[in-house]
Write a protein that binds this ligand. Sequence first.
Ligand SMILES: [Zn+2]
Length: 510
Amino acid sequence: MRFFPLLALLMGFFPALAQEPGKHELAPCGTPPGLDPFLLEYLAYPEQFVEERSSDTLKLGVQIHLLARDNGTGRFSPGQLLDAFCRLNLDFADTRIRLYFKNEWNLINNTGWYQHQTIPQGIDMMLTNNVEGALNSYFAANVAGNCGYNLPYAGVAMSHGCSGPNDHTWAHEVGHNLSLPHPFIGWEGKVYSFANPTPDTLTYDYTYFHDTIDTQIPAPLDTALVEYVDGSNCAIAADLICDTKPDYLSYRWDCDNQGKSLVQQKDPTGATFFSDGTLFMSYSFDKCANRFSDEQITIMRAALLNKKPDWLTDEQPQGDIEGTPTLLAPIGGQLSPTVGTVLQWSSVPNATRYVVQMSRFSNFSIRELDVVTSDTTWALGNLVANQNYYWRVRPFNDWYVCTTLSPSATFKSAVVVSTSAPDAEGWRCYPTLLTAGQPLTMETPVGWLHHSVQCSVYDAMGRMVWQSNQLVGSDRTLLHLPSASWAAGTYRLVVLHEGGVKTVPLVVAR
Ligand SMILES: [Zn+2]
């Protein structure tokens, strides 16, 4: 089990993504056409790549990079990433390749990369940020006008607009990364027409890919044979993979309820057929695609085992997660201070991290908080007074993200400001207006670190109602008072330390 340093990713406030291009405005894929050298190696001597234990799950590490503008806005939210990663693993379930978050997510603020117009900008982004030993995946608002693309030897770029919970572009691009071509290779950028005779060969059209890719990869013009319906040339035509049938459609296309294209095509011999839209590597609509072919699966596994073994781990996966956390405080419309309110929830078995969302809208359409933490508490910043707030929590770990958000809880921020400036030594305690279950935050001078203090609370009659010895472990200590069992009224906190005594009045509200 790896140790996670305190992870607190402030993802910031993000407005609706309406200004970003939707998937129907984007080119499906910007991966340049071509046959991966490993694919050619594999197909020449497939017997050299037979797996001894092909039923083993291959555990593939993924490095996530989340782009935002220079000012930190616009980033793909934690929940969106978890939904996309859940879908990716569902799409790969039949391959016996399981993908996991290898490292912490890399947050990058760079407007130029966040909405890059050209592939060379994406190359620059990847060469600058790639991490060794993992499949690097980048999420940005615009990835050169595509839903996604894969750069050989670099990584995968994904647009936010094509990374929804039911989209398969990520699976498609990871397929490219693991040596798979399009089944319609050669037709990229060309329009098939049933009315014209179908040619026997096609030349890969690199210029379609934003006319700059061929300056990056000095590839010679390659020629592809057009695949026949009868399978007679399947091993030397198109993608060279025989269990992916002919497909000449290089634009986004719709399918019937069998997953077949609505467009009828004709091979060079005159035989007619419909394309197979169930393949992730085709350009069919997301609703049509649900699989890799058996041969595609064998090739991807061989590519991983032979060319990218350092992306694989023998590490034991973290366990699956069931259920959601119970929200502990503040809940039930409780009145909470505008300063010092701490969200608290129960831990969930196997969860190592939590997404925490808070909004002033019950539908969470605009979120004031959308963060990831490894704790089961989150100390809020200043709240707007006299407002309803809603919050909820989603558990996950590096291996299991197909989880859901908890039901939301609500609280109301108080009208009263219940804090004061630190005293001359730098000590203060807040909020002084307490609601049931809310901890107090005590800020302490540097000299108190690693020393014990005795904290006591007295009621208005001078009776001690609580006492606890606390070790000061940082400049902020949370004091968990059993205030839920106290009557409303005034109290006094007394903190005894080596140098003397600090006191502050408290008000318990109901
Ligand atoms: Zn593609």
